[in-house]
Write a protein that binds this ligand. Structure first.
Ligand code: FMN
Ligand code: SF4
Length: 490
């Protein structure tokens, strides 16, 4: 299992794509900086900054001054659409991640929207990505797991007795378990028990024996609807329903969803709750509020959903009236690297994580525009079904030429860039002004993603290059890094 996370042997280091930046006139003549409608709203350009968690919320989930500064800085580059990080829909403690599960979060979110409007001069449309996630625990210490957490069953007792353990006392049996090596433990434990021990316990949507998991089809639609209504009250232009990566809604869409209650199994049943969530949201916020979704064009895991599932879902979503479809890839727990004891599994560490945020160390296709074919197939399917729902692609987009080629080919309607925008949030403006040679170009080596993994304030390694010359720059909590991108003089 842990070996899965090792870089595949076929990966080589790819250079950052060479490019000739456009003049201002060439940029204006292109497609990327032209308007596009997303249901009830119009984005001034087809540029898009997808959700990125920067770990700057308060421990109670509130918007902080650092959150405001972060989004103000992205707004200065005036992307057509800026999606605010994954924000929890429940009113439960979840560490320094933004939350929208109660009305008390609305004033802070309203400040955030105001700052984006102000710093983009009203140009950027701002969406809130709303998310639900299931329970997950840290990888336990071995003795602790077997003495405290494992539910001893007769199957365990028999297996130990077969191996020569004579005692019937549970305390001694637990101690005997803790003495076994992983090879023997794999033979005795169920795959799920072994995973709880080796990776840490986590819930799954198919755990129908758990009442709160069984009830998700009842509890989630009103939770998402209330969260979306709060986003509307805070002044957002819309919401992005987070149906991607390792989280609850993506797990419903996954081929690994084996629920037997009409919400799992075949594709129609797997898409049922995502459609019901959307219907509840739409009913609550009305037609004049933009509601779209981010979901996976391919889960990129063994036995997971593929582009065939994704095109089916996309057509269902388009028919239901989603205002946009933002396509991502991978980012699953299923193949994540084994965490250290005391840490939680992180869904971007395995091969599917690489597909989600590909680095320069990649296979022959390389990381640049790697996921465009998924968006293209989805857009084709949506159009063939008679819909024109805008499709957004992301993944290794870092030049004007790449974005233009995607749009010219009709592979997507908007082109997103996460890490290139993190490296240089002014880059859209620089390109528009014909000053592309000033773009601070992302290295795609995922220093930022490593910080995200450790739940540290996310920054870019490139921001620190001129740190020594700028003693006034604000620092991260560890005092070592620049908290915000260096300013750019227009
Ligand atoms: C630090 C960081 C945090 C991210 N957080 C989110 C998130 O909250 N929600 C989401 O859908 N994707 C998240 N992503 C994934 C990005 O939105 C994007 O899909 C991915 O980085 C690939 O695009 P890129 O090659 O332009 O960076 C995150 C990426 C990074 C680097
Ligand atoms: S830290 Fe590296 S991968 Fe992340 S945005 Fe900066 S240059 Fe790009």
């Amino acid at each position: 299992m842990p070996d899965d996370a090792e870089p595949a042997a076929d990966r080589t280091r790819h250079p950052i794509p060479a490019t000739r930046w456009p003049t201002a006139a060439e940029a204006a003549a292109g497609r990327w900086f032209t308007p596009v409608t997303l249901g009830p709203i119009t984005a001034q350009t087809r540029t898009w900054v997808p959700a990125m968690v920067p770990w700057r919320a308060s421990d109670e989930g509130f918007v902080t001054a650092d959150v405001l500064d972060w989004y103000s800085r992205f707004a200065e580059g005036r992307p057509g659409v800026l999606v605010v990080e994954a924000t929890g829909i429940r009113d439960v403690p979840s560490g320094p991640l933004l939350r929208v599960g109660h009305d008390r979060f609305v004033p802070g979110l309203r400040d955030l929207v105001d700052r984006v409007r102000e710093h983009s001069h009203g140009e950027t449309r701002v969406l809130l990505q709303i998310i639900d996630f299931l329970g997950i625990r840290r990888r336990p210490e071995k003795v602790r797991f077997f003495t405290r957490f494992l539910t001893l069953t007769d199957r365990h007792r028999e297996a130990l007795h077969t191996r020569g353990t004579t005692t019937t006392d549970d305390t001694t049996l637990r101690a005997a378990f803790a003495d076994l090596n992983d090879h023997d433990l794999r033979a005795i434990l169920t795959p799920r028990e072994f995973r709880d021990y080796a990776f840490g316990w986590r819930e799954e949507v198919s755990d129908l024996d758990q009442p709160h998991i069984r009830d998700l089809p009842r509890t989630l639609p009103p939770l998402f609807a209330a969260a979306a209504a709060r986003a509307r009250d805070a002044g957002f232009d819309g919401v992005e329903l987070h149906y991607a990566h390792a989280y609850t809604m993506a797990s419903f869409l996954s081929r690994t969803n084996i629920r037997t209650d009409g919400y799992g199994g075949d594709p129609q049943s797997r898409v049922r709750l995502p459609l019901e969530v959307f219907a509840a949201v739409r009913e609550r916020v009305g037609r004049d509020f933009c509601v779209g979704a981010r979901f996976l064009g391919d889960e990129a895991i063994a036995g997971g959903s593929t582009i065939d599932d994704a095109t089916f879902y996309a057509v269902q979503f388009a028919r239901a009236g989603f205002d946009f479809l933002s396509i991502s890839k991978g980012g699953k727990f299923d193949d994540s690297r084994q965490p250290n004891v005391g840490e939680t599994a992180y869904p971007y560490t395995g091969p599917s994580g690489h597909e989600c945020m590909p680095t320069v160390r990649s296979d022959e296709r390389g990381p640049f525009g790697r996921n465009v074919p998924l968006a293209a197939a989805i857009r084709r399917a949506v159009h063939a079904a008679g819909h024109s729902t805008p499709v957004i692609t992301a993944g290794g987009i870092c030049t004007f030429d790449q974005a233009e080629a995607v749009l010219a080919a009709g592979d997507a309607d908007l082109v997103a860039s996460a890490r290139q925008s993190l490296a240089d949030p002014d880059w859209f403006m620089k390109v528009r002004l014909g000053r592309g040679d000033e773009v601070r170009r992302c290295k795609f080596t995922n220093y930022c993603e490593g910080l995200d993994q450790k739940h540290k304030q996310v920054t870019c390694q490139l921001w620190d290059r001129d740190f020594a010359q700028d003693p006034t720059a604000r620092k991260t909590a560890d005092g070592k890094r620049r908290l915000l991108p260096p300013p750019w003089q227009r």
